[in-house]
Design a protein around this ligand. Structure first.
Ligand SMILES: [Zn+2]
Length: 740
């Protein structure tokens, strides 16, 4: 690593300015890498954004004015110790006496101003207030006055709202947003001096828009007609997607300028940025709108959204919007989930660095069971706030987050989806209890990459030459890479290359064929023929002569010498049973390529181990992935190790004067499909935490259990026992500079 600072010191010797640095005679500590702004991204912005730790959102429905009890809600916000609120203001319905023509005042508004009343009440409690607008639909009177504001479908018809046929869907990219909503935002911020505008569903809704403005503006920008295909590899479609993103960024900037002109402290906050890269470049604060589980979804999905956002936001504040209801496609917006389900979902967000933001539709309540549940969660959060004000995550593994692969690479064949590779790798990392972060493709700068000992490419298929070069340089600086399947075999637009962009890093070349889906194929696991010993990557698999293969494999040619711990057993018939015997029981074809490069290590796995893991969840594949990741860590010590039974998400954080280890208990029969019925406690767990060089622990606390202990420290490692974890336990370690 650069400047002879070992990566370990770089990672662990962390102290925020004004924290431990203040004491006289203490060693000069390196800045934590996450506090170094990546080029092109602002640091934590000045202003109010980093202050609120707990958010609330109340989304009024049109007949709330005059019926809902504002005093009840304000009192509830107080009991939650909420320090910021997002409140319905305008857009589809105005909840204040607007003067903007065609801005529909709630039919029940009368002479009242429910938005203003709530703003006043929140201000009296020193809360920050963000006004919520929703521009995606309008009434018929608006369509009659401005037919060109309405979205038009592919067959040229104005688009009715899919859920309420009396409404029309607006064009997000034309004058309705750029002019009308701009006026609405100006009025709200000017009149109420709110801290920001949060617009829901502000991007195109209900499919592509073919209105006159979109036709004209797209043509002016590209010279092209609007595309009729949804194939992202079609050049016209690609230009459309890029244009749509650019147009939304322009809208973001327009609204932001309007908001700031009315109140310099305020910002426009999109619900969902046009791209993660744009959030990294423009946002002071961002939120994930991932309100609850739906369908088959592991609880860690909420933590994943936090990691995605952090991959572009760095140290800037991020929040996790959660609802208390059932979020299935049938949209029971007034429903209530079980307490364990809500607890676990929020715990995953908190453990992964998101601040909680509870959202509730309708000021009138039909089912009040969630109220004490959220109060308990927020009370816990408030009590332990100082340990939740994170400065930086501690993780040695960075999983590449490639938006362009998701957008432009549809997979190599039917049944292959790049998302499934990422999900499988994510799940393997969770099972391995290895703390990790995501690294966004747009910010592959040395300061971001060098925080990690290992960068993982889980079928990061679409990578530009510059991105490949950034990864190549990272390896040259001593970083390790674990890559799977079609990583770098395509350029950033999804066009296949003749060879991997990272062929030299992997030590293999593409042999021209991708096989699959394969039936009944296996992998031979072998000890080294000279030493008779099993390679480290086969730990725990010593008794397995062979394991199942994946479903797809990229044929490659090695361009150098490699060990052969894992080799191919080609597919053989799986029916009739009389025919089920290997035709070729043994080949020299490696299915795992391991090489050492300076102080780094590179593992390339040419088959879809991660995707198959997500589909089949074979423990053999989980072990192999864990071992390959451990091998790639080389001499790097793990930041934390947890012994004991159960599945859990383990994250590690630094605060100014402390560090924390979050343990979120995922062990449950409803782990992959909520809602949880009950909590199944785990424990006892033995946890070993590595403390940064130059620091020592003064106290160890278990925040949920409410106990504390003197630290048992040896060789910079604190060992502690956690007797039991229901949903979420936090080991909080107070730190001070070690005496020399
Ligand atoms: Zn349009």
């Amino acid at each position: 690593m650069p400047n002879e600072i070992s990566r370990r010191d770089f990672l662990y010797v962390t102290a925020g300015a004004g924290g431990l640095l203040g004491a006289a005679g203490t060693p000069a500590l390196e800045l934590d890498a996450s506090q170094i702004p990546a080029s092109g991204t602002p640091e934590v912005p000045a202003g109010w954004f980093d202050r609120p730790m707990r958010w609330v959102q109340l989304t009024l429905v049109e007949n709330d004015p005059g019926r809902f009890d504002a005093a009840f809600w304000l009192d509830y916000f107080r009991r939650l110790h909420a320090d910021a609120a997002t409140l319905s203001a305008g857009g589809i319905v105005a909840y204040y006496p607007t003067d903007v023509p065609l801005h529909h005042r709630s039919t029940w508004l009368g002479a009242t101003d429910p938005f203003g009343e709530l703003v006043k009440g929140c201000r009296a409690m020193q809360m920050n207030v963000v006004a919520r607008t929703d521009p995606h639909a309008v009434r018929d009177e608006v369509r009659q006055a401005h037919p060109d504001w309405i979205s038009v479908n592919r067959t040229g018809e104005a688009l009715r709202h899919w859920a309420n046929r009396e409404l029309w869907v607006t064009c997000a990219l034309g004058p309705y947003n750029f002019e009308f909503m701009d006026q609405v935002h100006r009025e709200i911020v000017t009149r109420y001096k709110v801290d920001g505008i949060f617009a829901n569903r502000w991007a195109p809704q209900g499919g592509d828009c073919y209105c006159l403005h979109c036709q004209k503006n797209f043509k002016a920008a590209t010279g092209l007609e609007l595309p009729r295909t949804s194939d992202p590899r079609d050049p016209g479609r690609r230009q459309y997607l890029e244009w749509r993103t650019a147009r939304l960024i322009e809208l973001w900037k327009r609204w932001d300028a309007t908001v700031q002109a009315a109140n310099p402290e305020a910002r426009y906050i999109p619900n969902g940025p046009p791209s993660m890269k744009s959030a990294g470049e423009l946002a002071a604060i961002q939120f994930t709108d991932n309100q609850a589980r739906r369908g088959l979804t592991p609880p860690w999905n909420n933590g994943r959204r936090a990691k995605e956002l952090r991959s572009v936001m760095g140290r800037r504040p991020i929040g996790g919007i959660f609802s208390v209801g059932v979020e299935e496609p049938y949209r029971w917006k007034d429903s209530v989930q079980s307490e364990p389900e809500i607890q676990l979902w929020v715990a995953e967000g908190t453990a992964n660095g998101m601040r909680p933001w509870v959202t509730k539709f309708s000021g009138v309540l039909y089912d009040r069971r969630w109220l004490p549940v959220v109060e308990r969660i927020y009370e816990w959060h408030y009590r332990h706030e100082s340990y939740l004000r994170n400065e930086s995550p501690v993780a040695a593994i960075g999983l590449l987050y490639s938006e362009q692969t998701g957008r432009y690479h549809p997979g190599v064949a039917t049944g292959d989806r790049t998302e499934d590779h990422v999900l499988g790798m994510y799940h393997a990392l969770i099972e391995a209890r290895m703390p990790f972060e995501l690294v966004h493709e747009a910010f592959l700068t040395p300061d971001r990459l060098d925080r990690f000992k290992v960068v993982v490419l889980a079928d990061a298929a679409a990578l530009s030459n510059a991105q490949c070069e950034a990864i190549r340089r990272y390896v040259e600086r001593g970083g390790s890479v674990v890559a799977t399947f079609a990583s770098s075999l395509y350029d950033e637009w999804g066009q296949q290359r003749k060879d991997f962009g990272l062929a030299d890093v992997f030590g293999v070349s593409f042999a021209g064929r991708i096989e699959g889906p394969m039936q009944n194929s296996y992998l031979n696991l072998d000890s080294d023929p000279s030493t008779k010993k099993h390679h480290q990557v086969l730990r725990g698999l010593e008794d397995a002569p062979r394991i199942i293969n994946g479903v797809f494999r990229v044929e490659v040619r090695p361009t150098q010498e490699f060990p052969s711990p894992v080799t191919l057993v080609p597919s053989y018939p799986d029916l009739p049973m009389e025919d089920v015997y290997p035709r070729v029981p043994r080949t020299q074809t490696r299915e795992l390529y391991l090489r050492e490069v300076g102080r780094g290590r590179v593992a390339y796995i040419p088959w879809d181990i991660d995707r198959t893991f997500w589909e089949v969840l074979s423990p053999d594949h989980g072990k192999l992935l864990r071992n390959v990741l451990t091998w790639a860590m080389s001499q790097e010590p793990a930041p934390v190790e947890v012994d004991g039974r159960g599945a859990m998400d383990v994250t590690v954080w630094r605060q100014r004067n402390s560090m924390t280890v979050h343990l979120v208990n995922l062990t449950n029969p409803m782990m992959m499909k909520g809602p949880l019925r009950e909590i199944i406690p785990i424990g006892p767990l033995t946890v070993r935490v590595r403390v940064a060089n130059g620091l020592r622990a003064t106290k160890v606390k278990l925040l949920t259990a409410g106990t504390s202990a003197a630290p048992q420290e040896a060789g910079g490692v604190i060992t502690t026992t956690v007797p039991t974890v229901d949903v979420h336990e936090v080991i909080a370690i107070d730190l001070e500079p070690a005496r020399r």
